[in-house]
Ligand binder design. Structure first.
Ligand SMILES: NC(=O)c1ccc[n+]([C@@H]2O[C@H](COP(=O)([O-])OP(=O)(O)OC[C@H]3O[C@@H](n4cnc5c(N)ncnc54)[C@H](O)[C@@H]3O)[C@@H](O)[C@H]2O)c1
Length: 309
């Protein structure tokens, strides 16, 4: 199996690369990344090769076309900072370059598993279902919705190609630290609290999110690889938990009793409440999340302590 992982130096892509090489030791795995939000340290222990380049660059894809063929492409590369406002840059990077990848997949007969996002739902009332309420509130969510539309067009035009979109909710876990301010709320709060600082939240900490542990997100990718299906699926836990609850869990796990300092939210497009409806993901992919928030945070804390971030 020849595997290409775009965005493989990033959080989800690197965890996927490291899992795939253990599960499929004979697979030839390539990471393609421009290292804008990814980091080479995420690939410590990776035994494959890296192609350095920008997914917007047609010449890069022409080079890849001439020198490689892949059986499966995991497409994770994207601008992942949801506060970026440059609409053209966001669209060219996240949406338009996806067409280059799909065209190559058609040529190779490769399977494509790509990263969509719960950002496509915007402020739609939860639980979010794949076919409903697609009203993104920012250009990031819009670019991901356009990826889904592009994917659906290719699914219709090329029914023999398998294309799977995974709409991640809030993924957290090891190797997200290089995302900086775009890393999960769980990471940000943990960092503050283990360094003896008060947790800070937007007023009044009751925003609820579907937080999904990285191992469950990787599992969804493996299922998408193994199943002979096309489609777009939510990847979450099906549960919405508040930011205040994260602080409670962390206080319990760390043996601390920090009180939260609340401040005004500066964004007008901030998602207040996300929760995945997992019916379709369960029925078609066989996806069942294994980690509760408590279990995920506990395992993640061991990692954070071990790398001393
Ligand atoms: N982490 C989450 O909670 C979450 C939620 C919803 C969707 N997603 C999606 O999952 C995917 C992976 O996200 P992540 O959390 O691992 O973020 P990340 O920022 O760690 O990974 C993105 C990777 O893409 C690379 N990249 C960015 N622009 C590129 C370009 N023009 N050319 C080549 N490489 C480029 C970055 O260097 C980075 O390694 C993204 O598509 C993201 O939109 C993530």
């Amino acid at each position: 199996m020849r595997v290409l992982i775009t965005g493989g130096a990033g959080f989800i892509g690197s965890n996927l690369a490291l899992t795939l090489q253990e599960m499929f030791p004979d697979a030839k795995i390539y990471v393609l990344d421009n290292f804008s939000s990814g980091h080479f340290k995420n690939l410590t222990g990776f035994r494959g090769e890296v192609i350095t380049g920008d997914i917007r660059d047609r010449d890069l894809w022409e080079y890849v076309r001439r020198h490689f063929t892949f059986d499966v492409i995991f497409h994770k590369a994207a601008i992942t900072d949801t506060t970026v406002q440059d609409q053209r840059l966001m669209m060219e990077t996240n949406a338009d370059s996806f067409r280059f990848i799909l065209d190559l997949a058609v040529e190779w007969g490769a399977k494509v598993i790509y990263a969509s996002s719960a950002g496509v739902y915007g402020k739609t009332p939860p639980p979010m279902r794949e076919e409903e309420g697609l009203q993104p509130e920012n250009i990031y969510g819009f670019s991901k919705l356009m990826m889904d539309r592009i994917a659906q067009s290719y699914m219709e035009r090329y029914p023999d190609i398998r294309i799977v979109g995974l709409r991640y909710f809030n993924v957290y876990g090891p190797r997200e630290q290089f995302k900086g301010k775009s890393a999960s709320m769980i990471y940000q709060l943990t960092l503050k609290m283990i360094h003896g600082q008060k947790p800070r939240l937007f007023k009044w900490g009751e925003q609820r999110r579907d937080f999904v542990y990285i191992k469950d997100a990787v599992k969804a990718n493996i299922l998408a690889l193994e199943r002979d299906v096309s489609g777009i699926f939510n990847v979450g836990t099906g549960e919405a938990r508040s930011f205040n609850e994260i602080v409670d869990i962390l206080n319990r796990e760390l043996g601390t009793s920090y009180e939260v300092e609340y401040f005004d939210c500066p964004y007008d497009f901030y998602q207040e409440f996300t929760q995945a409806d997992l019916t379709k993901a369960k029925d078609v992919l066989g996806y069942e999340p294994e980690y509760s928030l408590e279990e995920g945070v506990r395992e993640y804390l061991d990692y954070i302590r071990s790398v001393q971030v």
